[in-house]
Design a protein around this ligand. Structure first.
Ligand SMILES: N[C@@H](CCC(=O)N[C@@H](CS)C(=O)NCC(=O)O)C(=O)O
Length: 224
């Protein structure tokens, strides 16, 4: 694939994030993979919903980026990753048509609903099964190379063992879903991914218990 024209990032792209959130990791991994200069702006959970951050993302969610090279301010992790590859991925290393998240679950509902928790745990398992089939004859999802389609799965797939802890099917995950497991190992072995996960582990350790929002006892009960 040939090189494409486009701006060069000379000034660090600002990544607004907080240590617990999986979605900002998608952005950090792509920034790292593309070798772009960037800096984290770590927040506490409550700051995500308050001024001044909501002037950047009125939706009060992370990630958001500010790119001083193009004066772009952007939020929504999938949109940010598409922007980053379209703007800076000159060799189309990570480029893919679009990216999607295969498994969704909710555990931040206003009441604890065992049926919902059970349903979404079941969905996680089902989607792992779908991914296992899709990956049976290929190493990566599209284009025979690692792209943003693969990288977007990493932070949420990191949560599978937490959220499904105690589920019997996890004990035989390697035998039952070998292609999914091998794909995850391939992705986790990438230096950019290791770097970003290490950055996040350090931010979590530095932030200590204050990282856990005050009303999250119920969520912690689910993932414990
Ligand atoms: N669709 C959004 C989701 C963003 C999102 O929900 N981020 C979480 C962190 S992973 C967040 O900011 N949570 C704050 C809250 O729930 O109040 C994206 O992909 O960027």
């Amino acid at each position: 694939m040939g090189e494409t024209e486009g701006p060069t990032a000379t000034k660090p792209i600002v990544l607004h994030t907080y240590p617990l959130g999986p979605n900002p990791l998608k952005t950090a991994i792509v920034l790292e993979e593309l070798g772009l200069p960037y800096e984290y702006r770590w927040m506490e959970f409550d700051q995500v919903h308050q001024e001044p951050y909501i002037n950047i993302n009125p939706n009060g969610r992370v990630p958001a980026i500010e790119d001083p090279n193009t004066n772009m301010v952007l939020w929504e992790s999938a949109a940010i990753n598409e922007y980053l590859v379209q703007t800076y991925d000159k060799t189309q290393k990570l480029w893919a048509l679009s990216m999607d998240k295969a498994h969704g679950f909710f555990f931040r509902h206003y009441e604890y609903l065992p049926s919902a928790v059970s349903r979404y745990r079941g969905e996680i398992r089902r989607i792992i099964g779908v991914m296992n089939k899709v990956l049976a004859d290929k190493e990566y999802l599209v284009a025979n190379r690692c792209t943003i389609a693969d990288l977007g799965f990493i932070p949420w797939d990191e949560q599978v063992h937490n959220i499904c802890e105690g589920q019997e099917w996890l004990q035989t995950i390697e035998q039952d879903y070998p292609h999914w497991c091998a794909w995850r190992r391939r992705l986790l072995a990438r230096p950019a991914v290791q770097k970003v996960l290490a950055d996040r582990a350090k931010a979590l350790a530095d932030a200590g218990p204050s990282t856990i929002p005050k009303n999250w006892e119920r969520e912690m009960k689910i993932i414990k």
